[in-house]
Design a protein. Structure first.
Length: 289
């Protein structure tokens, strides 16, 4: 009797209805605003996310404090979350102030979390990640991708965590890298890949198919075949925006394209002719249907 029973169960399993794949989220208009340095504002379907917002641009030759007026002038009234790619000063300095003002979740490494706590951000607003997480939030989600910092100083700078508990205000050298992440954000039916420094781990990106890739360009020449390898790994996305290309020590200015940006745009045309690459203007918005 056992064999016929097993056969019957197998027939039932073969004819059981197969669960339909989840329907893709309906698309809403996505608005992207370049905030300067590696900073971006993403808005869709009533949600607002910030990546590495850095408005202060202070002098770097002493203790560094956020510029409250500059932050207040540029911070939107409602922010769901702030994503931090790594913990250098030009990525992290202003984020705790914005998190306290808006109640936004602050997502980043243990180093980012330590600086946020020292800055007075409540624990329930801090999401510490290690890379590999894929988190669902209310109306949006984010996959945290282990990544690498750009190859500073001719490949001789190696990042690491804080040497000890942060004591604010800190100096420029005290803002340790603390580990680097890329992010895949799903928002309003769009998928946006965010790289805030010019390096990546190819196997972590392979198979992703973002609609938009925000790509750091500075020092990419230190990485083998950076542009083509990156674009092909993520399926030659329809839209690419350059990132972290301006002078992070100076006030934000829309300067004419320099040779490095022209070269990057030419690399995109050669590697992925169907991809539209754009150099954004500071605090100018682009909306994608």
């Amino acid at each position: 009797m056992r064999l016929p029973l097993l056969v019957a169960l197998g027939l039932i399993a073969c004819h059981a209805p197969v669960a339909a794949p989840p329907r893709p989220a309906p698309r809403a208009p996505l608005t992207l605003t370049y905030l300067g340095v590696a900073g971006w504002q993403l808005e869709a379907d009533g949600h607002t996310l910030l990546l590495d917002p850095y408005f202060s641009r202070p002098a770097l030759d002493g203790p560094i404090v956020p510029d409250a007026a500059a932050i207040a002038a540029r911070t939107p009234p409602r922010v769901d979350a702030i994503l931090i790619g790594h913990s250098h000063v030009d990525h992290l300095l202003d984020a705790p102030t914005i998190a306290r003002a808006t109640g936004a979740q602050l997502i980043g490494s243990a180093t980012t979390a330590a600086v946020a706590r020292a800055s007075g951000v409540p624990d329930d607003q801090i999401v510490t990640v290690k890379g590999g997480e894929d988190y669902q939030f209310d109306g949006w989600s984010v996959r945290v991708l282990p990544s690498l910092h750009s190859a500073l100083d001719g490949k001789h700078t190696v990042g690491g965590p804080l040497a000890g508990p942060p004591v604010l205000p800190m100096g420029f050298a005290d803002y340790a890298e603390g580990g680097t992440f890329a992010y895949l954000v799903r928002l309003g039916g769009h998928q946006i890949l965010l790289l805030s420094t010019a390096n990546f781990i190819e196997r972590e990106l392979a198979g992703l198919r973002p609609d938009v890739a925000i790509v750091a360009t500075g020092l990419r020449q230190e990485v083998y075949d950076y542009t083509c390898r990156l674009l092909h790994a993520v399926g030659d996305p329809p839209r690419v925006f350059t990132n972290h290309f301006d002078d992070w020590r100076a006030p934000p200015v829309d300067a004419p394209l320099d040779d490095d940006l022209r070269d990057f745009l030419a690399e995109v045309r050669a590697c992925a002719p169907a991809t539209v690459a754009t150099v954004p203007g500071h605090f100018r918005s682009v909306t994608i249907p």
